[in-house]
Design a protein around this ligand. Structure first.
Ligand code: SF4
Length: 732
């Protein structure tokens, strides 16, 4: 028996957690904590169950070629040579006829790591053969990215807090965040528990009394989903009225605050955003708002920990402008133990090499400069011989609209999309509006995916390539937040019949005559050696044995340098200061709320409930760890009062619908969700029949319309109806 270093590298908000794999006779018997990770860096339960998927009998073990209609799940097994040759021929034919813009790459982060990042690998492959259409943005925090890049500049937008500084917080506000389930770095839960024990005040603003709120015994402020910005306006109003703000501090570090203040004070639209005004919209008692506003000034340092949920709503771009304004106005920004209101920090972190999307021989410079590399010449010649422009094709479509772009390409300045290529993603299931996503898959001539399991997206592909999993690949893990990096060796040989994404793309590139462009002549282990050679890790052998290189926390806030010296350490905005208003913002942004409220009132009869689609402890998006075949019906969590009003019983199958689609879900009375709000976990594998999902994937009800400013996904506060199914129709 051996204990080998391993890291769980899921796109969960943790991204890399240290573990030890107990290995005996080539089999993984269990997972353990890596004691070298210290007291705070903790994997979640999913990490300890990671080996269950590895050993699942349902893993794909051979390439599949579709034989039935799309979605039927009918395939025949084929060999790797046949599969790869077929893919290359179809891509060559489609690209020769319609150009590189006829292929849409929908790769995502199902696999992460310095080398085995599925999204980077797929893009690198397509770049090495001349490009394709890619998706732009992300499903996670697109609206926040829009807002924070305007507030702070792109280079500093993830400048919220470092988990370790929570030691100094007096007030902690989990604003739509649920770090014990949805994670915001691997260290945050342990620091929050420590803060609770020493008596810090912890408040959770959330439509549900989340697991985090319960573990921390936080004061719970229930809020109507999607109205966090309204609460933010009222908090700011109260701070301005009550002289709990610092005007000098605001003007030293920001521009445009006055226009936000004018809106809040009613100078623009005649409506003062008072706690009473907000209460009628967001459902939070006015006295609670007044009390909360005072805490930010009176109980400094105040740490707002905003969750992604507050921006995954209609008009979600506005929420982060408010969290930042509140922290700056109350002079919390820059205090040790406070946050800036931005997303949690991406520390500069540990220096280590990573694979790039663009092979070094194909960098822009290499093309512009004389003396192309041999590979670049080869690439150019190859494309000329195919009659394709020898330029990299680099068009993108908003990720939320990928299916719309397939179905209406001209709306996105594209010709026809003929092929979909998926690696590390399950876009049919995870993208908004499943019905439209299915139509998009059905409309293309050719679809390929790399997969571990026969997912809903895989069922709609022509070729499914079985990939090796995290235990079967050596890699370096780079956490999203935290001052450490991780290492894992190849713990088990790849399951017979499977290969890594890297191997697959190398083979495809080779068949395009461009293998050395993609690989740059390196094997997978040579890349790891290269990345380590580029790193700051002095004792690489120890790192390989111990699996972790950990540096001391730096106890810094998100914008410490800027707050200490705004003149010599400006942030990346045009003014060098935080920009609450600028030409980059839509000047009418603050007026959007009036639009939203108006819209809401005209649809009042339709909007019976607001649906949340949160992450849960057991799964990561559609990665059903330990339960990859989920055929039972999803549960819809409903407050007991609403259950009575509907007349439903626990376990009863209910019909849930809106203008986007219909699903069936099993009713579950839940005291922890407030009346009027219901929730269904995200990531359930869809199985629609006649456009009704019997498994209850909530993306049947989401829309690809998106938020107004940044076309970001709306996953919370979705208007829905719930109804009982007449007995006569059950079973028909
Ligand atoms: S699922 Fe995320 S938080 Fe949990 S162990 Fe894996 S990487 Fe860490």
């Amino acid at each position: 028996m051996a204990l080998l270093p391993f890291f769980c590298g899921k796109d969960c908000g943790g991204d890399a957690c240290p573990l030890l794999a107990e290995v005996e006779d080539g089999h993984i018997r269990g997972m353990h904590l890596n004691p070298l990770a210290g007291r705070y860096i903790k994997p979640c339960g999913k990490g300890f169950r990671a080996h269950k998927n590895h050993a699942s009998p349902r893993r794909l073990k051979t390439p599949l070629l579709r034989t039935g209609r799309r979605g039927s799940g009918q395939f025949r097994e084929i060999g790797w040579d046949e599969a790869l040759s077929y893919i290359v021929q179809r891509l060559i034919d489609i690209r020769a006829k319609d150009g590189p813009g006829s292929v849409l790459c929908i790769a995502s982060s199902g696999s992460t790591g310095a080398l085995h990042n599925s999204e980077t690998l797929a893009r690198r492959f397509f770049n090495s053969i001349g490009g394709c259409v890619n998706v732009k943005g992300n499903y996670s925090c697109n609206a926040a990215t829009y807002a924070l890049s305007r507030l702070l500049g792109a280079s500093r937008m993830n400048s919220g807090f470092d988990a370790e500084t929570i030691r100094y917080s007096n007030l902690i506000v989990l604003w739509g965040s649920n770090p014990f389930e949805a994670r915001l770095g691997a260290e945050l839960p342990a620091y929050l528990i420590e803060a609770k024990k020493r008596g810090a005040r912890i408040i959770a603003i959330d439509p549900r009394r989340s697991i985090s709120a319960r573990i921390l015994n936080a004061e719970w402020i229930g809020i109507i989903p999607g109205t966090d910005a309204v609460l933010g306006y009222a908090l700011l109003f109260e701070m301005l009225q009550d002289a709990r703000f610092d005007a000098e501090f605001i003007s030293k570090y920001s521009i445009g605050f006055e226009s936000l203040a004018d809106y809040v004070l009613g100078k623009i639209d005649g409506i003062q955003k008072t706690p009473l005004w907000a209460s009628s919209i967001c459902g939070v008692d006015a006295n609670v708002i007044i009390r909360l506003a005072s805490f930010f000034w009176d109980e400094k340092p105040a740490m707002i920990i905003p969750g992604y949920s507050i921006q995954r709503v209609a008009y979600g771009e506005e929420a982060f402008r408010l969290t930042m304004a509140i922290q700056l106005a109350t002079r919390n920004s820059g205090l040790l133990g406070a946050s800036t209101g931005s997303i949690n920090n991406c520390l500069p972190g540990i220096k280590v090499g990573t694979l790039k999307e663009l092979p070094s021989s194909l960098t822009k410079g290499a093309f512009i400069k004389e003396g192309f590399t041999k590979e670049a010449h080869l690439w150019e010649d190859n494309h000329k011989s195919q009659g394709i422009e020898a330029e990299l094709f680099t068009k993108t479509v908003p990720i939320l609209r990928w299916a719309d772009a397939v179905l209406s390409p001209s709306s996105y300045g594209l010709g026809s999309i003929k092929a979909l290529y998926s690696a590390g993603g399950n876009f049919l299931n995870q993208g908004a509006n499943v019905t439209k996503n299915i139509k998009a898959f059905e409309s293309v001539e050719f679809a390929v995916c790399h997969e571990l399991f026969l997912t809903p997206s895989a069922r709609y592909c022509d070729i499914v390539l079985p990939v090796s999993d995290g235990f079967e690949k050596e890699d370096i893990g780079i956490p999203w937040a935290g001052n450490y990096v991780l290492y894992k060796p190849e713990i088990c040989r790849a399951l017979a019949g499977t290969h890594s994404d890297y191997w697959i793309f190398s083979q495809l590139s080779e068949r395009f005559g461009l293998g050395s462009v993609f690989t740059e002549g390196r094997t997978e282990s040579q890349w790891i050696e290269q990345f380590l050679a580029e790193s700051e890790i002095a004792d690489i052998e120890a790192f390989r044995i111990e699996g972790i290189f950990l540096k001391k926390g730096l106890l810094r806030g998100g914008l410490d340098d800027f707050i200490a010296d705004p003149v010599h350490c400006p942030i990346g905005t045009n003014s060098g200061k935080i920009e609450f208003a600028s030409p980059l913002w839509n000047q009418n942004m603050t007026l959007h709320w009036q639009g939203l409220m108006k819209k809401g009132s005209t649809e009042e009869s339709f909007r019976e409930f607001r649906l949340l689609t949160p992450k849960v402890s057991n799964f990561i998006h559609s990665q059903r760890i330990g339960q990859e075949d989920r055929s039972e019906c999803a549960q819809i969590h409903i407050n007991p009062k609403d259950m009575s009003a509907i007349g439903a019983q626990d376990g009863e199958i209910l019909k849930v619908w809106n203008k986007n689609g219909t699903l069936m879900a099993s009713a579950l009375a839940d005291d922890w969700v407030q009346p009027g709000t219901v929730w269904i976990e995200e990531g359930i594998w869809t199985m629609p029949i006649d456009e009704v999902d019997l498994c209850g994937n909530p993306n049947m009800l989401t829309s690809d319309e998106g938020t107004l400013e940044s076309i970001s996904n709306i996953m919370h506060g979705i208007p829905i109806c719930i109804g009982r199914i007449p007995e006569a129709t059950i079973g028909h």
